[in-house]
Design a protein around this ligand. Structure first.
Ligand SMILES: [Zn+2]
Length: 284
C-alpha cells in the first residue's frame, strides 16, 4: 500500500517531504548490512465538516436512461453526480445540449474515451476496437479528443476518467496506459468493488462497486464506508432502462438514504472528492 500511496502523490506532482520516513529492512544473518530506504505515507484524510464518509455517484457511457431517470431523481434529492461520457455515444452526439445542461445543474462530466475499447473477447466489441488493437498513441489521441469534448460541453478542469471495462491495459502485450491518464486527470475510476481508503488508495485506479444491485446492497456499501470513514464510488450504467440497469426502486432507495444522511455523508462529484483527497494528503 505504501508503494501505491507513494505513486499517487508523486505522480500528482505533489511530494510531501514530511511524509517521507525511513524504514529499516529486517536484519539478516551475520554480516548482512542494514539497509535504509525511503518509504512514504500520506497525511490521514478526514472528510469536510466532520462527515463520516464520502460517496460518489457515477454514470457511464452517456446513455439515455440516465438522463430520463437518474437526473430527475438526483434533482429530487438535491444530489450531484459524475457522468463518464463515451465520445461516440449516439445519444450524446444527438443531444449535446442535454449534457451542457448537466454541467449547469452542478453535475460533472468525465472522460470514458471516444470508442470505449475493451478486451476483444467481449462479443460486443467491434472489429478493430478491442484494447488489443490499440497502442499508446491511438489511446492518447482518443483521450485528448474526449477531453476536448468535455471542454466544449462546459466542463472545467480538473477532469476525471473511468477506464472502459475497468481495464488499464492496451495492446497484445497488455501494456499499462495509466501513464497517459496521470497527466490528464485528477483521478481515474476502476471497477474493483471496495471502499476507498482516502489516505492510501491509488487515485489512478479508484475502486468502485457496480450499481446494478438491490437498494439494501447499495445502502450497505455506504454503511461500510461510514464504518471505515472511507469513500465509496458507485458505477451505474442503465437506470430503469438500457443495459446493466439498476431498477428505479433500488436507485431511489440509495438516493433517499444519501439525502437523509447528508449531514454526515458527503455525496459529491468524483473529481471533486479526488481533488480534496489530493490536497489533504499533501497538506503540510
Ligand atoms: Zn463503459
Amino acid at each position: 500500500m505504501l508503494i501505491r500511496a507513494f505513486g499517487s502523490i508523486f505522480l500528482g506532482g505533489l511530494v510531501c517531504a514530511a511524509c517521507i520516513t525511513s524504514a529499516q529492512s529486517p536484519k539478516g544473518g551475520a554480516g548482512s548490512a542494514t539497509q535504509t530506504s525511503a518509504v512514504t505515507t500520506n497525511h490521514p484524510v478526514a472528510w469536510p465538516n466532520g462527515a463520516h464518509a464520502a460517496v460518489s455517484l457515477t454514470y457511464d457511457d452517456a446513455i439515455q436512461s440516465q438522463i430520463d431517470n437518474a437526473v430527475p431523481a438526483l434533482a429530487k434529492h438535491g444530489l450531484v453526480a459524475t457522468f463518464f461520457l463515451t465520445g461516440t455515444s449516439g445519444y450524446l452526439q444527438s443531444n449535446p445540449d442535454v449534457y451542457k445542461g448537466l454541467v449547469a445543474k452542478g453535475h460533472a462530466l468525465g472522460s470514458h474515451t471516444m470508442n470505449h475499447p475493451c478486451d476483444r473477447s467481449q462479443p460486443w466489441v467491434k472489429p478493430g476496437f478491442g484494447l488489443q488493437d490499440y497502442d499508446l498513441a491511438r489511446m492518447q489521441k482518443e483521450l485528448e479528443d474526449n477531453v476536448q469534448q468535455l471542454r466544449d460541453l462546459g466542463q472545467k478542469e480538473p477532469f476525471s476518467f473511468a477506464y472502459p471495462c475497468g481495464s488499464t491495459w492496451l495492446g497484445e502485450n497488455h501494456e499499462s496506459y495509466v501513464k497517459l491518464i496521470e497527466p490528464l486527470f485528477v483521478a481515474a475510476r476502476g471497477v474493483r468493488p471496495a471502499v476507498t481508503d482516502p489516505s492510501s488508495e491509488d487515485l489512478m485506479n479508484v475502486p468502485s462497486p457496480m450499481g446494478n444491485s438491490s437498494g439494501a446492497d447499495l445502502v450497505s456499501w455506504v454503511e461500510r464506508a461510514v464504518a471505515q470513514h472511507g469513500w465509496v464510488t458507485f458505477t451505474f450504467h442503465g437506470v430503469a432502462g438500457d443495459y446493466l440497469p439498476v431498477n428505479a426502486e433500488a436507485h431511489e432507495t440509495l438516493l433517499t438514504y444519501l439525502e437523509a444522511h447528508k449531514s454526515t455523508i458527503w455525496t459529491e462529484r468524483f473529481g471533486t472528492i479526488a481533488s480534496y483527497v489530493k490536497t489533504k494528503r499533501a497538506a503540510p
